[in-house]
Design a protein around this ligand. Sequence first.
Ligand code: NZQ
Ligand code: ZN
Length: 387
Amino acid sequence: MNNFRFYSPTEIIFGRGVQKETGKNIKKYSSKILFHYGGGSIKKSGLYEEIITSLKEAGVDFVELGGVQPNPRLSLVREGIKLCREHDIGFILAAGGGSVIDSAKAIAMGVGYEGDVWDFFMRKTTLTKSLPVAAVLTIPAAGSESSQGTVITNEETQMKIGFNSPLLRPVFSILNPELCFTLPQNQMAYGVCDMMAHIFERYFTNVKNNDLTDNLCEATLKAIIKNAPKLLKDNKDYNVWAEIMFSGNLAHNGLLGMGREEDWASHAIEHSLSAVYDIAHGAGLAIIFPAWMKYVYKHNTGLFAQFAVNVWGEKPEDTEETLAVKGIKRTEEFFKSLGLPTRIKDILNPTEQDLLLMSGKATAFGSLGNFIKLDANAVLDVYKLAL
Ligand code: NZQ
Ligand code: ZN
């Protein structure tokens, strides 16, 4: 087990009706905020009105900025920074999914920085201060509600880049599983794939002697695998969404990676795919992760065999090689059963040149991953395996 420091200070406020306490919880921090949201789902569901009411009841003034798109854009982040400066705003509330929360985090980073906020993503400067952010989560997926990351798309350069800092963890996040009842099936599946991917990025490690986090990863994956298919039949089962929402949070609040060396190659490979083709992150991961697994499993067949037995319930009598291959196949089949694409050609038709371009973008800051280091050529091979 590696040395580690674990600090995940986001207060999770979980359960039925908790969005009604949004204003009251913000009041502890600020009485003037930016209220940031997406393309309109919160207006349709009634959440927008509920939040406005709770802000007014608590005496919190707000300026609004809606319109965050999935794969959140740098241009809107810049607009948000301008708005916060004009109105002297010191706190941001994000109501939505990972895209809205990430956009809020990027705005929070940029307000107190004199240069362009994209400098942080291009590793030209370091973050020393950021405004506090809170979230009302409407889709369990990205884990941004308590993660230290933000991922922003620069639409001019078609680069989608993540930036991490402990300063970016929201001060609190409101998680009401009832808010997921309006999610379309494809968004549910994207979210489920993303949370599983966050666990895979931590589970497949070279560090030995991590029984506790091995088991925590496996248990979280099993809870997701048991519950997600139930949502295909009934999208309004509170307890099922509660399991998924809690799992999505645990998958990416940092705990499951403690003592381990995390990988994150598949995420970077996916980010290039969604930067160039503007596809959903979860769809891209359902395509990339099985291909990455096929590319790397021989590096530690025993760990992949353990995954097949402990997560998928395969019988341990088979050889490690057979089990490893079975585990990868079960993963791919599970994604398919949720209606996810598992091959690039299911949804896109890139040329060899396109794949080369994406491999270059994915490795713009150097080789990817830790389980096995992947240079641009290896990333190209993973894209080809995913075709
Ligand atoms: O924009 P609205 O109208 O709200 O619609 C959204 C959006 O179209 C819709 N939606 C959300 N909640 C809903 C709903 N529709 C009906 N009912 C609801 N309750 O769902 C669509 C997708 O939303 P989005 O926020 O894009 O989804 P997600 O949470 O999957 O976030 C994806 C983004 O997060 C990044 C991804 O790269 C991607 O850009 N990630 C962020 C991470 C982080 N900050 O730690 C880590 C992740 O690995 C990931 O990279
Ligand atoms: Zn992800």
